[in-house]
Design a binder for this molecule. Structure first.
Ligand code: MN
Length: 287
């Protein structure tokens, strides 16, 4: 099932180029009192939500997929985990290009581990990217995104995919420069996720997904997840050996070679096998 959030916090199901409005399924979620949980309540209750969605779908109204505003499919992730340099050819291009590495030693992921992006940087695909620091290089990074479905710590790789609620397309937007990744990749709107969550029963094997990114129609990145250095199960094993993963935690799995700059006015398209296609506008800072 392809589950999305759209327009004014509506809940939808994508099917046959239409979005079916199943917002009433949110009624199964528990009423919240302060303090709110530090995980995503919808993802934590996804099975119950899906049961209600199935009941609502036959009578649900629908609109064309191109007519809606997509919000992030996960509203309240507790954290956004990201894998740096997780494709060998991207490691090679990063080490070769001073505009990418900025005298930072580009180390193998097995040595430097994972990093975190601020949850305040998260937007849906329709929001677009608002560039900051336009005098600096701002790059696109197309990535497969996995969303954690249940709490886990020290998850073995062999069991890891059973902890995944589903998958989405991600843009790990990046300002190049000398600062820590967690700063350069946490600017507002620099974590784009969408258009929807493809539940893991529909996409059971994320280990061989083709995907490609274009800017204004020009091909930039083209890869397959079989070339990941740490596959998705290994990333989950690694991350959960340092911290508990919670429902709704978002994992950016790393970008392949072909990263490059974007400027205001550009449009980024990403197509990903088994998930779909996103179109993301890039804007210059407001004067
Ligand atoms: Mn990245």
């Amino acid at each position: 099932m392809k589950i999305c959030r759209f327009n004014d916090n509506r809940l939808g199901v994508a099917r046959d180029d239409r979005i079916y409005d199943v917002t009433d399924a949110l009624d199964v979620l528990p009423a919240l009192r302060y303090p709110a949980p530090t995980y995503d309540v919808l993802i934590a209750n996804l099975d119950a939500v899906r049961t209600r969605i199935e009941a609502l779908l036959p009578a649900a109204t629908s609109v064309p997929v191109d007519s809606v505003t997509f919000l992030s499919p996960v509203a309240n992730p507790g954290k956004i985990v990201a894998a740096p340099v997780n494709y060998t050819k991207h490691l090679e291009e990063a080490r070769a290009d001073a505009e990418i590495h900025h005298q930072n030693a580009i180390q193998e992921i097995q040595r430097i581990g994972l990093f975190l992006k601020a949850t305040s940087s998260l937007v849906g695909v329709s929001a677009g990217v608002d560039l900051e620091h336009p005098n600096r290089r701002n790059d696109h990074e197309a990535e497969v995104v996995a969303v954690i479905g249940k709490q886990g710590r020290n998850i073995p790789a062999a069991d890891a995919l059973s902890y995944v609620a589903g998958y989405s397309i991600g843009l790990d937007m990046t300002t190049r420069g000398p600062e820590e990744r967690s700063m350069r990749k946490s600017i507002d709107s620099y974590s784009v996720v969408g258009p929807w969550l493809v539940t893991s029963d529909e996409l059971s094997d994320p280990s061989a997904l083709d995907f490609e990114l274009t800017v204004n129609g020009e091909p930039r990145q083209k890869a397959n997840t079989r070339d990941l250095i740490l596959g998705i199960p290994e990333i989950i094993e690694y991350a959960s050996s340092f911290y508990t993963l919670h429902p709704g935690d978002i994992i950016f799995t790393g970008t392949p070679e072909g990263v490059g700059p974007v400027v205001g006015g550009d449009t980024i398209h990403v197509t990903m096998q088994g998930i779909g296609r996103i179109s993301v506008a890039v804007r210059s800072p407001k004067a």
